[in-house]
Design a protein. Sequence first.
Length: 546
Amino acid sequence: MTTIEQAAAVGIEEAVPPSGRWQRFDALTERWGELLNPILVKESRQALKSKQFSITFALVLAFGWIWSMLGVAWIGPEIYSENRGGDMFVGYFLILSFPLLVIVPFTAFRSLASEREDGTYELLSISTLRPRQVIGGKLATALLQMMVYLSAMAPCLAFTYFLRGIDFLTILWVIFWIFTASTALSIFGLLLATATQARHWQVVLSVLLVLGLGIVFLLSISLMLQFVQFGGRLGFQQREFWIANAAFLTAVLAYCLLAWCIAASQLAFASENRSTNVRRVMLLHQVLFAGWIAYLFAEYPAEEAVLFYMSLLAVHWYVLGAFMTGEWPQLSTRVKRSLPQTLLGRVFLTWFNPGPGTGYVFAVVNLAAGLLMGWGALYAWFQFVPGRSWRIGPEAMASFGLAALCYVVIFLGLGRLIVAGLRRFFPVNMLLSVLLHVVLTQAAWIVPFVFLAMSDFRDQYSLLHITNWPWTLAEVADEQLTDLELAAVLISLPVAAMFVLAANLPGIVAEVRHERLARPRRVEEEDAQIEAELHPPQPVQISPWD
């Protein structure tokens, strides 16, 4: 080889970069990226390159720098002698909480709502991606944006610790809860995006979501100010503080899981089963709710805890029942192929099937079981501790639970009948069904109150106010009714509930009579082929010499 050829070969070797650790790392990250959710990859590229994210991120950095300068100048020479880290932390929290509690959840809502408005979601629905993967990808994109904003403000938050006046545990506690709140709000934003495809309803939901996020933002600032100034270190030293945090975190996670399942079911095809998994999560709510109340009642026995449990349980199942009674009564052929066929299965599992009638019974039965458990715990404690004085005895609590159950049976049943009647003329979606139930409960006490406002009975309770469910339940719990009024309430409400339940029986019976259909041979062959592709048979060793 000549000298010229050798020089050319050396030049070529210098121009081509050698394969080293960085190339192997890049190839490894490329393979990891292929394993990620494709919605996450697509949404991350679009979100991080968008003007909205660039402007918001630049404003976060700018306001963080401005507050650092102004805060230090405002504190002045006292920064060396006094504990002013809490004051600086308030400003940084205000800058960080706005994008996390307002911008990120609304962006998650619009990312899914715009696809359903423009019709681009149909391209995703015909792909191999499942609805849960779509929701997971949208949520993961929101989490990525949260981490970016948090990483930008992390040095500023750490700076407040060195100024004294705020401990490290308080900083971590605030960051944890603001991150959890942002995640929960993002999930509920995705849930609202799946509520309807109509553009006018999406505009209404956008306005309501912005108002709700603004209220949450202001409440978070108020709570954080009170906690940092008054309850920081003292709260961490109390056992009740951590119990309350654990209970609230359990509730947040449970409702986030429910919102996740509902959003995924709304994105599924109309022929699929949209209700069974959601109702399983509702049953899990019942177990967690009862478990926490039992623990709290065992630790701090008080009739107010049972009263709060019964009230919250009635509201909980009425709201969930409003969603379930808005489902379509017709079952697709695919859903009928998965119905229970044994006697025990039809008795206990039929109520997990889609349909407004089964949802109505599911809500009423769970509410009755929960109220009976609460009253049983109070009655048992009343018998075991006879010397204690009770403000609300088992008799008054039983009357309160019966009245609350009757109100839920009446309002849910009337709402279901109205929705079934309206569907004869035009389609009623689940959002309209929920709004109808809200209007029904509000009209039950507003309309009689307006008519009785000009009479002599507006200031004192009478049987004319029996449709006013908040006033009636309060009078029953406080034992302010006479024996005759209490008897009239406890007779008229169950009778009305029985009439409403009887009016709903034909629809309930029609849904219960659905029988399981056998799968066609073609469907069985396709399912077997899909199962074989997902879980191929493993080789079995027959001889040790093979």
